[in-house]
Design a protein around this ligand. Structure first.
Ligand code: FES
Ligand code: FES
Length: 175
């Protein structure tokens, strides 16, 4: 067993792991961060994408011990129900998901893209998310969502809560 210490979503996390344990399994099973998904065993789907030291990686392609001493950001760390990340809000607003299985990895890859290229073209967005497979959406609304997030970040729009985005409750009849 090897001891690893990784800063995950701003918190120190440590554990004793076998050297063969993948980062994705350390995140999901040791830390309970199940927002990072496992969608394949061929390193091709991208559902497991996280940021490692600020750069997107497929967490099924590296061992937990390789991330020792590093900083990992998972989907749980980019926003909250009280203050969504602009990319989360944009996926919501533009219907950039259906089943949602690919969405955590897709959002992390899109955030990484905007860090490198804040105003990408549609073609650049498609290239940027080309390591992430979505079986539901046909990608059109994902591209719209990434464009919307790029505009929101450029305009420095405030983060909103889930409650603010929900439609108002209908008034009770007879109330
Ligand atoms: Fe499919 Fe990592 S689980 S690329
Ligand atoms: Fe279902 Fe992408 S929304 S796989």
């Amino acid at each position: 067993m090897r001891k690893v210490e990784i800063e995950v979503n701003g918190q120190k996390a440590s554990g004793d792991v076998e050297p063969r344990v993948l980062l994705v399994h350390f995140l999901r099973e040791n830390l309970g961060l199940t927002g990072t998904h496992v969608g394949c065993d061929t390193s091709s789907c991208g559902a497991c994408t996280v940021l490692l030291d600020g750069v997107s990686v497929k967490s099924c392609t590296i061992f937990a011990v390789q991330a020792d001493g590093g900083k990992v950001t998972t989907i749980e760390g980019i926003g909250s129900a009280q203050a969504l990340h602009p990319m989360q809000e944009a996926f919501w607003a533009e219907h950039g998901l259906q089943c949602g299985f690919c969405t955590p990895g897709m959002i992390i890859s899109a955030i990484d893209l905007l860090q490198r290229n804040p105003q990408p073209t549609d073609a650049e967005i498609r290239e940027g998310i080309s390591g992430n497979i979505c079986r539901c959406t046909g990608y059109e609304n994902i591209v719209k969502a990434v464009n919307a997030a790029a505009r929101a970040i450029k305009n420095n729009e405030p983060r909103r809560s889930v409650r603010e985005l929900l439609p108002p409750k209908p008034e009770k009849v007879g109330a």
